[in-house]
Design a protein around this ligand. Structure first.
Ligand code: ADP
Length: 434
């Protein structure tokens, strides 16, 4: 809210300041300097005295009248040579002085005016200038009034801008909440904004897009689930038929072929189980949370691993304690990571569990071939396998990491992969504590 509000407010204030300067310069150009005008009004009494009283005297009385004014006035009236006056004034004012106009010096609180243009008042009067000083000129008051006006306009604008930003901000916040929820897998999340809202058209499009994505995902999930489920029966029939066939023959060559076919059927069976497991994770069901002792969970997962070569070291900090999680799902995710490490490690696997503030991190590292940086996101895609020649020997369908990530995501966490100091891959599971 603050960002959108201040940016807009600053923009408006800059525009008002810009407009103020443009107005000032336009007015100066078209009608003369407004400050000069104010100063001229403030000094109008002294100008009036010179023009209407002193100048109206007969030529031989002119000086005497000026002296009379000098006696009764607080303003100093001096007669100075024209050249000296010219040296005090800026070049832009010299034309007006030469024409015989009153030329104001606002900063010096004074004005200059030639005595006359033809030397009619006394000998040499055309080369002299009346310099009136200590005039009651004070434009700072006018400038202060201008500043107060500016501040009042700014404050008056603050209120509508705040109201306007607030209504936008609330709409944007509810849209970003919808985007977060939808991204986190809650496919039913919608903005449902009032038509009167300023961002209603945008919200409506986002809701419409969410409807379409939900439809597509649901139909895709249903298809995956149905196909996997439907495959179960023919696979079971095949298993049964192969068993019968094996029992009915003594031919060793046929037995060998049947054993190979049984291996293929069992592979098919595990693929279907994996797919069904993934479909279940995609169903959007919230995990069944319970209090899980993390060290115990890691040891259970370790115990269930197939016996293998690489040495596995679990380093679980004493303060890791418990987290609220679905033990089965989390165990599955960790098991997939450990099984991969077992498949690819040369000799060592290291599991490190730590508590970092309000979250728990579990790192699974190995000294295997590792994962190239440009493949580190793709390996989490279903059926994506890195190097087919390398992976063929290790088995697997490319679903393990995808399932692990989905399971951790359901807990509000994330799985990342980097390089390990052991030389291989380092999978990091970050789980927020609820
Ligand atoms: P799979 O069932 O084939 O192991 P995964 O989804 O578990 O599928 O892994 C995807 C791919 O990521 C694997 O085929 C493998 O190429 C790569 N991979 C996973 N774990 C590791 C690891 N610890 N070291 C090196 N490569 C790995």
């Amino acid at each position: 809210m603050n960002r959108i509000f201040f940016r807009f407010f600053m923009l408006v204030m800059l525009s008002i300041s810009g407009a103020t300067f443009v107005i000032y310069f336009a007015m100066s150009r078209l009608f003369g300097d407004p400050l000069d005008d104010i100063a001229r009004r403030q000094a109008s009494a002294q100008i009036f005295l010179v023009e209407q009283y002193v100048d109206k005297a007969r030529a031989d009385e002119w000086l005497a009248r000026l002296n009379r004014v000098r006696e009764v006035s607080d303003t100093r009236y001096d007669l100075i040579p024209l050249q000296k006056a010219r040296s005090f004034l800026p070049a832009t004012s010299l034309g007006a002085l030469d024409r015989g106009d009153v030329v104001l010096d606002i900063d010096g609180k004074s004005f200059y005016r030639r005595v006359d243009l033809k030397g009619e008042r006394y000998i040499g009067s055309e080369d002299e200038v009346i310099h009136a000083q200590d005039l009651p000129i004070d434009v700072s008051l006018a400038l202060q009034m201008e500043a107060v006006r500016y501040v009042i306009v700014a404050l008056a604008l603050l209120v509508p801008i705040a109201l306007w930003s607030r209504s936008h901000w609330q709409g944007l916040q509810s849209l970003s909440r919808v985007a977060d929820e939808f991204g986190a897998g809650k496919l039913s999340a919608r903005a449902h904004m009032q038509p009167s809202s300023s961002i209603y058209p945008l919200a409506e499009r986002i809701d419409h897009m969410a409807d379409r994505i939900e439809e597509l995902l649901v139909s895709q999930k249903n298809l995956l689930h149905s196909v996997s489920h439907e495959l179960r029966t023919p696979i079971a029939r095949l298993e049964f038929a192969l068993e019968l066939l094996g029992a009915k023959t003594d031919d060793p060559a046929l037995h060998k072929r049947i054993a190979a076919m049984e291996g293929d059927v069992s592979e098919l069976n595990s693929l279907v189980s994996e797919l069904l497991g993934m479909a279940r994770l995609d169903s959007g069901q919230a995990p069944q949370r319970e209090t899980v002792e993390l060290a115990a969970l890691l040891h259970t997962v370790e115990a269930a691993l197939p016996p293998g070569q690489p040495v596995l070291a679990i380093d679980c900090a004493p303060d890791v304690g418990t987290i609220e999680a679905d033990a089965r799902l989390l165990g599955r995710a960790l098991s997939n990571l450990l099984r991969n490490a077992q498949k690819y490690a040369a000799s060592t696997i290291r599991v490190t569990a730590r508590r970092e503030g309000a979250r728990v991190t579990i790192a699974v590292e190995d000294d295997g071939p590792g994962i190239p940086p440009d493949e580190r996101e793709r390996i989490f895609e279903p059926f994506y396998r890195l190097d087919r020649s390398r992976d063929r020997a290790t088995g697997g369908f490319g679903l393990g990491l995808s399932i692990a990530r989905k399971a951790v995501l359901l807990h509000g966490g994330l799985v990342q992969v980097t390089g390990s100091e052991l030389g291989g891959a380092r999978f990091l599971v970050v789980l927020p504590q609820r």
